[in-house]
Design a protein around this ligand. Structure first.
Ligand SMILES: Nc1nc2c(ncn2[C@@H]2O[C@H](COP(=O)(O)OP(=O)(O)OP(=O)(O)O)[C@@H](O)[C@H]2O)c(=O)[nH]1
Ligand SMILES: [Zn+2]
Length: 349
């Protein structure tokens, strides 16, 4: 299997290439394996290569590269995982990866479950366009927190749950079977959740890839601060993501509805169409909370994410408005300058 195939190249991707970069174009397919600032590595039929000027590319992208190594173009992304940059007033999205088929929400069994975090990560996962899975890690330690498995299954609300242990190598075959050939799995979970250990266990002793990167950066160190694709040997790849603290949402309305559909259904039952769902007459949400049918924590978790998205949108609108004003001012100023210029030319004649 050549390097490109190891990173998930299939006949389908080949077909997309011929469609987007038809015959007279001289370019070869490649997949972005790692995209740090200014240093982009891609898997191609010739092995791992450096790419120049791929600043807008993200890990997982399929690109067409010219023989000299520059990028001709990028295939449309089938999925995109992004979050809001922490503390970024300009509210720019941080793209974590593209063309991910499966998104593993990693929940470690060595600590109590954080239901809010699980919900938040599931919302982001649904929203990316990939299929979410919940992956429980450190099953060998699960006796300490007996109820986490059951609670996770209940809170995952129908999303498949896989139990693994990188220590005992339990559950790995099952998970590999689910990943399937030529699929891309990304792992999302808190720092220390066991993501790297799981990847190493899945890879077994086949992790030659790290060595290839080592040759590129000359430092000989593998860190979990970068996101990179790790091949599993059968064309499937896993994306290593650093532990994400505070996962702020980015345009996640779809995901919100997937995870909290039952709450949004309740809205239709409120007496008033414009119900604020605060303690007010005829609010179906408040009634459900009071009757114990809706967990108050879930309701507050939903509310918080909804407010977060609303404020994100307000900031986006302000930024857009400012952009429009600025470009209008620029156009107006250019027009004045042009007029001045014409006048001066006119006078000079
Ligand atoms: N007992 C046990 N310990 C595990 C298992 N998997 C990981 N660990 C331990 O948990 C700790 C964190 O594991 P990592 O794989 O580094 O976690 P990570 O999610 O990659 O963390 P970041 O790189 O910070 O995002 C390490 O001390 C591992 O040895 C497991 O299956 N069983
Ligand atoms: Zn209401």
């Amino acid at each position: 299997m050549n390097t490109l195939d190891q990173y998930g190249f299939t006949d389908r991707i080949g077909g997309l290439f011929s469609f987007h970069f038809p015959a007279p174009t001289v370019a070869e397919p490649a997949r972005i394996v790692r995209a740090d600032r200014g240093r982009v590595l891609a898997a191609s039929r010739r092995g791992i290569v450096h790419i120049d000027g791929g600043t807008s590319l993200v890990t997982g992208d399929w690109v067409a590269i010219k023989p000299a190594g520059s990028v001709l173009g990028c295939l449309p992304r089938s999925s995109l995982l992004q979050r809001k940059r922490a503390y970024d007033p300009l509210s720019e999205a941080q793209v974590l990866g593209a063309n991910i088929d499966l998104l593993g929400v990693v929940v470690p069994l060595d600590r109590p479950l954080s239901a809010n975090r699980l919900e938040r990560t599931l919302v982001a996962a649904w929203d990316s366009g990939a299929v979410p899975l919940v992956i429980l890690t450190k099953a060998d330690l699960s006796t300490r927190f007996d109820d986490v498995v059951a609670e996770t299954v209940q809170r995952a609300r129908g999303v498949e749950v896989y139990t693994t242990s990188a220590e005992d190598l339990d559950g790995l075959e099952n998970l590999r079977g689910r990943i399937g050939a030529a699929q891309t799995l990304a792992l999302l979970g808190p720092s220390g959740a066991g993501k790297s250990s799981l990847i190493n266990a899945l890879v077994g002793d086949r992790r030659q890839h790290t060595g290839t990167v080592r040759a590129g950066d000359g430092k000989g160190k593998h860190t979990t601060t970068a996101r990179e694709l790790v091949p599993l040997g059968d064309g499937s790849v896993v994306m290593d993501t650093p532990g994400l603290r505070g996962f702020a949402l980015w345009d996640a309305e779809t995901g919100l509805s997937e995870v909290f559909g039952d709450i949004e259904d309740l809205f239709d039952e409120c007496r008033f169409r414009d119900c604020a769902h605060d303690p007010e007459p005829g609010c179906a949400v408040q009634a459900a909370v009071e009757l114990g049918r809706l967990e108050e924590r879930r309701w507050l978790s939903y509310r918080k994410m909804e407010r977060e998205l609303a404020s994100l949108h307000r900031r986006q609108e302000v930024a857009e408005q400012r952009h429009h004003t600025r470009s209008f001012q620029r156009v107006a100023r250019d027009a004045v300058l042009a007029k001045d210029h014409r006048n001066r030319l006119g006078k000079g004649r």
